[in-house]
Design a protein around this ligand. Structure first.
Ligand SMILES: Cc1ncc(COP(=O)(O)O)c(C=O)c1O
Length: 380
């Protein structure tokens, strides 16, 4: 997509490319069919519900991490959710049950607290337990759920005597933008710590982090791995990727408001905020790809990029552009669909980028604009 593809959409805007989304969904659905597993979308990564009609043609539902996501799944995907949260809020639990086909508990105490309510619910809900396989290749602590002492998932020592009665599923989440070889190593750790439980389970949910849509993902290897596991333990397998679905499916379109120089450092101030609209650029930290720019502070047109909030750290290190940046220049961040829109906030009351979609036929549609009422509504 070239910069001029965006003409006609007012900056700032997240722009979803429908054709890229469909390409990803086709690849994921093909793996699902060959491996004989179920694949659902993790809303925590991507929840632009305007695209659910398209997504539902390929994937069978979603995983929810809160009442809000479970309800969104039920209402907008027309499917009950697979729900998991580190702990459930008592006043929300009855409604969560209404919207869920599967509920996974993060601890034995949460399971004990809610199992009676679930068993008495008029519709069957399958209960699962999240375990900690104590293996992950994620290097950033912020994104590693398997560290010793982690609050996420039951420790093996607590399950020595087998799976508690009424628990039908085992859930783990240990991957982050990984391939099937990492999954293979994680599964052998899962078997080492929890192998005695697997034959008693009806289903195993292998969480997210499977970057199925990355070019070099070895689909044949994944298919064999999943089929072998399924046959060995006679379980249904569920994968719940988020990033893989929205991987490289859209952009954040921004505009330079000002160019400032201080002690020889040139900063282009944009009409977005990194802390509000691309938090991973500060948290990971992660360097997004920018259209027509290089990740370098060399060259005549190298600029730091600054956000429009007053947070001192709301900026990223320099990129080298092909041309001089001036007020009005377009800066297009690539691959901005996952873990962006779902995480935004309105710190400083800064304007929220609108949402747009570039349809398969090339037409552009603005789905949602944000304004003062959105900010005010959050403040009271
Ligand atoms: C329990 C669980 N499932 C699924 C996901 C989705 O992971 P990803 O978007 O990396 O595929 C996450 C991400 O944090 C998660 O915590």
């Amino acid at each position: 997509m070239k910069s001029n593809d965006f003409l006609g959409i007012e900056s700032p805007a997240y722009v979803l490319d429908e054709a890229s989304l469909i390409r990803n969904l086709e690849k994921i659905a093909a793996l699902r069919d060959r491996a004989g597993v179920q694949i659902i979308l993790a809303f925590k990564a991507f929840a632009l519900w305007h695209s659910f009609e398209t997504i539902s043609k390929y994937l069978n539902g979603a995983t929810a991490s809160s009442l809000g996501e479970a309800r969104l799944c039920f209402e907008e995907m027309k499917s009950p959710a697979h729900t998991y949260a580190p702990a459930y809020i008592p006043r929300e639990f009855p409604e969560i049950m209404k919207y869920s086909s599967h509920i996974t508990f993060n601890s034995l105490s949460q399971f004990e607290k809610y199992k009676g309510t679930v068993l008495n619910h008029p519709f069957k809900i399958s209960m699962g337990l999240r375990v900690n396989p104590e293996y992950s290749e994620v290097e950033t602590d912020l994104y590693n759920p398997t560290a010793l002492g982690s609050r996420l998932g039951v420790d093996k020592a607590q399950l020595k005597d087998g799976l508690p009665e009424f628990i039908e599923g085992i859930h783990f989440h240990a991957l982050c933008e990984n391939d099937s070889y990492t999954l293979e190593k994680t599964l052998s750790e899962l078997e080492r710590h929890f192998g005695h439980l697997l034959r008693d389970a009806k289903w195993v949910n292998m969480g997210g982090g499977h970057l199925i849509t990355k070019d070099d993902y070895d689909v044949d290897h994944a298919v064999k791995l999943l089929r072998d596991f399924k046959e060995k333990y006679e379980v249904d397998i569920i994968l719940e990727p988020g990033s893989a679905v929205a991987w490289r499916t859209g952009h954040l379109l921004t505009t330079v408001l000002d160019v400032i120089e201080n002690h020889g450092v040139k900063t282009a101030v944009l009409d977005i905020s990194f802390t509000c609209h691309q938090p991973d650029t500060l948290e990971m930290p992660y360097r997004p790809v920018i259209l027509d720019a290089e990740d370098s502070n060399e060259g005549e047109f190298a600029y730091r990029l600054g956000g429009v909030s007053c947070l001192a750290g709301d900026r990223v290190e320099a990129y080298s552009f092909k041309e001089e940046l001036q007020p009005g220049s377009l800066v297009v961040f690539e691959d901005m669909m996952h873990y962006t829109m779902v995480k935004t906030n309105m710190f400083n009351g800064v304007s929220h980028p609108s949402y747009a979609i570039r349809k398969v036929d090339g037409s552009l549609e603005v789905l949602r604009r944000f304004g003062y009422e959105d900010f005010k509504g959050r403040m009271g």
